[in-house]
Design a protein. Structure first.
Lengths: 245, 245
DNA sequence: AGCGGTCGTCAACATAGATTGACGCGCAAG
DNA sequence: CTTGCGCGTCAATCTATGTTGACGACCGCT
């Protein structure tokens, strides 16, 4: 590792199971190399030949897809400690684009590195399998939001999800987060236009549900927001009871 | 196995890699038990305590989530040979509901059965990992459709996806499929009302894009439909080049 | 200090899709 | 043979969100 700080990935995963030395060293080997990106820089694009996955080390990133006519859908926001590229791993060419939401740093590692884990650490294998499927559950939550919620509910869901995710590695976090994405990006994540995002956020603010100050966002009435969207936290607890020992 | 026919799961997976005897027997052990369901019967519900996954043996099923006020989102249609429950595996309680779209049969197996695979078959492990992530990629495609496509495009995407999936195990399939879901269910899968589904399908039929006869559906102009939605087949080919040997 | 870009906001207008209610066909149950 | 229900369809009306265009605040650069 090139950083003195404990790996974000190890920190995030050890929230769920105890990692032995072999597991920790295997995970550390995923972060041997690193590369910095500046705000809005592309990491990779749809149809790139893709042999790598990435670990987020610093900064927010997001994955998205474009349509030929310019319509864009942001799929998922990625935070430090997240693994980037699971949806693309099954294919020779990437299915989505990755971009830096702000200045940050990624650690690329070849798909093949997973082999060593699959062969030697059944327990870590199970955890990676779980992380991929947890991501699936989260994308499904987003799908539910896009299919059946109105604009206000989608925004509530989006903010709640981000907050729940950030709390895993920030135990002492309150109901306030830094929000480095602009309203155009938020709209692309929720299937709305930036004008309507602006209008709806403003209404939510007037209703006392949230408040803003510069680039920070506060969930003033988190419980009410949760009730609005029937929110489930997919991050704080996972079922690892069936793991091999 | 209680059936004389080769397992659907083995058939589907061996489309991607060669399965050795150990792998085949491990997969077969997932289908030791079976249970039949009649059309519209629930398999499991959100908040059920869930220790099982399922292999679809016969018939179409689908997963969905409900909102407290009755809005419903169908997440994914499940065909013979598919594994049911990946998005729920990470949690103690189910995150979605499963229901039979028509009369069919499922094989339940406990999550723990994956342990034996993780411990003894790195190659099969990699394949299961791939299948879960392929499903992620497919849900992301659906998300893109829901976020950024209009009604006609969503329907085109939905029909193309189903057709591509069914072709894996039916090599000689043409552009015609049996469609056992009604328009209300199709609407719930695409975030539309059944009235609007009716109207839009009718328009597509008039435009010569598709045609219907009873419960069968034909993609009369498959290429044009693919161009409309920038369609990618996620089923015919996967990248297994990085698998352990 | 001036300047061009990004970003949020607002208002006027346009429209895709929802809602509601009605009708008819086919089919299974009595 | 009737009855009732699931299902597809159609039309009238309503509404949430998109579209376009404009303006002002802020911020880094010259």
């Amino acid at each position: 590792m090139t950083s003195d700080k404990k790996s974000c990935l190890v920190e995030k995963l050890s929230h769920y199971i105890e990692l032995d030395e072999l597991a920790e060293s295997q995970l550390a080997s995923l972060e041997e190399h690193e590369r910095t990106y500046h705000r809005h820089q592309e990491v990779y694009s749809e149809t790139d030949e893709l042999k790598y996955l990435y670990v987020v080390k610093r900064g927010w990133f997001y994955s998205y897809t474009d349509m030929p006519d310019g319509r864009r859908q942001i799929i998922r926001v990625l935070h430090p400690g997240d693994i980037v590229g699971f949806p693309d791993i099954a294919f020779e060419y990437a299915t989505s684009n990755i971009r830096a939401a702000e200045d940050g740093c990624l650690c690329p590692f070849p798909k093949q590195k997973l082999d060593a884990i699959f062969e030697k650490s059944p327990r870590l294998t199970a955890l990676l399998f779980l992380m991929a499927n947890r991501e699936l559950a989260c994308v499904i939550d987003t799908l539910r939001a896009m299919g059946r919620m109105d604009a206000r509910e989608r925004l509530a869901y989006f903010f709640l999800d981000l907050t729940a995710r950030l709390r895993i590695t920030n135990k002492d976090m309150t109901d306030t987060i830094r929000m480095p994405m602009n309203q155009h990006e938020i709209g692309d994540a929720l299937g709305l236009t930036h004008t309507y995002v602006s209008k709806t956020i403003r209404e939510m603010e007037n209703a006392g549900l949230i408040s803003r100050k510069g680039a920070t966002l506060t969930l003033a009435q988190e419980t009410r927001l949760e009730d609005m969207v029937d929110f489930s936290d997919r991050y704080s607890r996972l079922d690892t009871s069936w793991f091999p020992s």
